[in-house]
Design a protein around this ligand. Structure first.
Ligand code: GLV
Ligand code: MN
Ligand code: MN
Length: 413
């Protein structure tokens, strides 16, 4: 059988997806597998079990990234890598990240059962903490691996209960002893759901992003003065939550003011003492800004800092602004992008060039190796919600594209 006619097993991929989505299952069809939680551990264990069934050479690095290698004919050549993440949002969908990991697993299973020997080694990966919800920032496993984030800094990040990242990593048994440092790779492919409405609207099966928008995350801390809500006159109050409310509206208004394709969001807030009859004096909220144009993000952030200082002054509520993450936009390798597009069309799946507004580990990988992504449609453009969905036919299509992109790259000497 010629390799051109090789296809993945769509039913087996569906079964693996369904098995994985039982872990951390929540009402409404979604999953909650926060990074380094018991559910994350269970998902990792199942993944490792499946890697063992394929006799892959498994390594776990110090930040918890899990790699499985299938040696090629020339094991000294840099490998072809693919994967994504198994952690999820608090009310996450079944497909975000998981489809990329299990899509790659299905590719490995297909290659294995057909006894295919590739020239290059193939590596599958599950990156630690892509979502960055429990421990910010996003993409910390791949960020440490490529050297963009400091391992020790990440180890000391805490969740809202004050639990340290490293302690939770050890607790779930996934602090490996292999240094988390990138090795040379030939090419990296990440398969993912689109998470937006473009493919569905355009009636296309495969999205081929040319890159990923830049992301800037910050944490805002506001101090006020607490007091009883009844006897305390309105005049002269220093209500930290009111200051936060004004600031959050500035965040929402920023993209329209800046132009370009910017989006800006405050998605997390902690208000203390969080009592209905006490004036809040301690608020922490987050900002996530994204744009293709990196300078727009920087200008926007400067603009916000100025408005926040004014609001803080006016309300007598001092503000502290902490930049948590700044990652410039990432451009994928043009040759790989063209290959993904060509492979899709050859397999009979209409392709669509686009940009990714969600961030992905593939973005960090562009800093050290040629990378590209493969998107499949998200029904209704919904993601980071329990009802996130993609048809099994589209899941199968994307995995077939991944299969042929990997085989092609793995044959290159
Ligand atoms: C990851 O899911 C992100 O885009 O924030
Ligand atoms: Mn994802
Ligand atoms: Mn996500």
């Amino acid at each position: 059988m010629g390799l051109e006619s090789l296809r993945i097993n769509g039913l087996r991929l569906k079964y693996a997806m369904e098995e994985m989505s039982k872990i951390g299952a929540i009402a409404g069809g979604g999953v909650q597998r926060l990074s380094l939680s018991d559910e994350d551990k269970e998902a990792r264990d199942l993944f490792v079990h499946w890697l063992k069934e394929l006799n892959l050479d498994i390594t776990i690095d110090e930040i918890g990234n899990v790699f499985g290698k299938r040696p090629g004919r020339y094991p000294d050549l840099p490998p072809v890598m693919s994967g994504s993440h198994l952690d999820s949002q608090p009310k996450g969908g079944r497909f975000d990240g998981t489809l990329g990991v299990l899509g790659a697993l299905e590719v490995f299973r297909t290659i294995e059962e057909n006894n295919i020997e590739t020239n290059r080694t193939l590596t599958i990966v599950n990156w630690t903490n892509e979502e960055g919800t429990r421990f910010s920032p996003v993409m910390s496993g791949s960020g440490v691996w490529v050297g963009a984030l400091e391992k020790e800094w990440m180890y000391n990040r805490t969740d809202t209960e004050g639990k340290r990242f490293v302690n939770e990593l050890i607790r779930i048994g996934y602090r490996g002893n292999v240094p988390s440092r990138s090795s040379e790779i030939h090419s990296y492919f990440e398969y993912h759901i689109e998470q937006g409405p473009i493919l569905e609207k355009a009636c296309k099966t495969i999205g081929v992003p040319k890159g990923i928008v830049g992301i800037h995350c910050s944490d805002i801390y506001i101090k006020g003065e607490t007091n009883h809500v009844g006897p305390t006159p309105m005049e002269g109050r220093h209500n930290a939550l009111c200051a936060a409310a004004e600031m959050i509206l500035k965040v929402d208004e920023l993209p329209a003011k800046m132009g370009g394709n910017m989006v800006a969001t405050s998605g997390e807030i902690h208000n203390r003492p969080n009592s209905r009859n006490t004036i809040p004096d301690d608020v922490h909220f987050t900002i996530d800004m994204r744009a293709w144009e990196d300078d727009l993000i920087q200008k926007g952030f400067e603009d916000l800092k100025n408005s926040f200082e004014e609001i803080a002054q006016k309300r007598g509520c001092p503000v502290r602004i902490e930049e948590t993450l700044s990652v410039p936009h990432a451009e994928f390798d043009q040759k790989l992008v063209q290959n993904v597009f060509r492979v899709s069309e050859n397999l009979g799946y209409p392709g669509q060039h686009m940009l990714s507004g969600a961030v992905h580990d593939a973005g960090y990988i562009t800093q050290i190796a040629p990378a590209a992504m493969i998107f499949v449609p998200s029904i209704g453009g919904r993601s980071h919600v329990e009802i996130e969905d993609t048809t099994w036919t589209d899941c199968e299509a994307g995995a077939n594209v991944l299969l042929h992109c990997m085989l092609q790259s793995a044959s290159v000497l």
